[in-house]
Design a binder for this molecule. Sequence first.
Ligand SMILES: [Zn+2]
Length: 73
Amino acid sequence: MIFTNPSGAPELACDECGCRWFDRMTNRCYECGADVPAEHIAEFEEALRQFAETRNTHVKQPPSPPEGEPDPR
Ligand SMILES: [Zn+2]
């Protein structure tokens, strides 16, 4: 399952015991040893990416036109 922590960032947690001590080396929960399916990891990584994107849009300035770039023509 995917948690969202107080700062809004997604966190991967164990489906079995709900703990967040996930071992990335073995794709297993530290606490109960349950396997974390690859699709959950993919889901989590997607959630992380989306989170990073929302953060970027909040922080980033609107793109400015490139300066001093040679005209290709
Ligand atoms: Zn667990």
